[in-house]
Design a protein around this ligand. Structure first.
Ligand SMILES: Nc1ncnc2c1ncn2[C@@H]1O[C@H](COP(=O)(O)OP(=O)(O)OP(=O)(O)O)[C@@H](O)[C@H]1O
Ligand SMILES: [Mg+2]
Length: 286
């Protein structure tokens, strides 16, 4: 893909919080149109801080954020435009939900975009259906469970139909069914053309869906590539206090303990072929 397909880019971003914490130290990040990109990193790596730059909530001290090749400007009119393009689902749903009912909460974004009443109703209905929360329209968001809140927060951004959806740990705190349901929804939206950027600690689920993975540690991007490329860098992943996906860990055990010739990053199919090949050779020896 060419550079003109880059829809969102962070160029050499530095950010320092008012208390002096230097949270981002020269971060470079790109998402191309239609990609699903995962950002992995341990607690405190700077994932949320980086994401808050993507629609101009935070302004970098150095470097710039580009949307479709144009640097973000920080006047209120330009920011409104940016927020039409890039929607962010916060890490903590309580930071996002504030209206008295679920319906009003999800309607807030499209109303702000100036959609007609009819269009707003349609979008709210579609968004709540997409996240499996229809029937909850009249409930106050603060009565919902953690997972339900998260789904409503996602619906609120979905209803704005952004070109890029940025989700800060969308699967954290969800049960396995809930997490896999959200990932399937994101996968479907991605297939329909939406660019999706997700931060996570969940090395088993999210990278399965991601086209590309960035790994962040201590305010810096330490590696980037396809899930296969990234998880083959075992020491780097462990050095950043992350664990390998269970599949990759299994491969490591097969390789180190059982001496089965397997390269990290192999798919299950390739592993199976290799084990069979190995067994065939061993059988011949006997
Ligand atoms: N409002 C703030 N004021 C001062 N320091 C902050 C603030 N918010 C975050 N930080 C610091 O900035 C660094 C990056 O935090 P950030 O929340 O971006 O990490 P993260 O990768 O999202 O972590 P987690 O996985 O726990 O969500 C941390 O050292 C954190 O303590
Ligand atoms: Mg965070």
């Amino acid at each position: 893909m060419s550079e003109k397909d880059v829809i969102l880019e962070a160029r050499d971003i530095y950010y320092r919080y008012p208390d002096g914490t230097l949270a981002l130290k020269g971060v470079n990040f790109k998402a191309r149109r239609g990609e699903m990109v995962a950002l992995l990193g341990p607690n405190g790596a700077g994932k949320s801080t980086l994401f808050l730059h993507f629609n101009g909530i935070l302004r970098p001290h150095r470097g710039e954020i580009l949307i479709k090749g144009k640097p973000i400007k920080y006047d209120s009119k330009s920011l409104l435009e940016v927020r039409k393009t890039v929607g962010i689902v916060f890490q903590n749903a309580d930071d996002q939900l504030f209206a008295p009912t679920v319906m009003e909460d999800v309607a807030f974004g499209p109303l702000n975009l100036g959609c007609s009443e009819e269009e707003v109703k349609k979008r709210v209905k579609e968004a709540l259906r997409a996240v499996g929360m229809e029937g909850y329209e009249d409930k106050p968001p603060h009565y919902l469970s953690g997972g339900e809140k998260k789904r409503v927060a996602i619906a609120g951004i979905l209803a704005m139909k952004p070109e890029v959806m940025v989700l800060d740990e969308p699967t954290a705190g969800l049960d396995p069914m809930g997490a896999s349901r959200i990932m399937k929804l994101l996968y479907r939206l991605n297939r329909e053309g939406m660019t999706i950027i997700i931060s996570t600690h969940d090395v088993d689920l999210v990278p399965v869906y991601a086209d590309r993975v960035y790994v962040m540690d201590k305010g810096r991007i330490i590696t980037e590539g396809t899930p296969r490329e990234v998880f083959s860098k075992v020491n780097l992943i462990r050095g950043a206090n992350l664990r390998l996906p269970r599949v990759a860990h299994l491969l490591e055990i097969l390789n180190k303990k059982d001496k089965i010739p397997i390269k990290m990053g192999y798919t299950i199919g390739e592993v199976r072929a290799n084990i069979l090949e190995y067994l065939r050779k061993e059988c011949k020896k006997v």
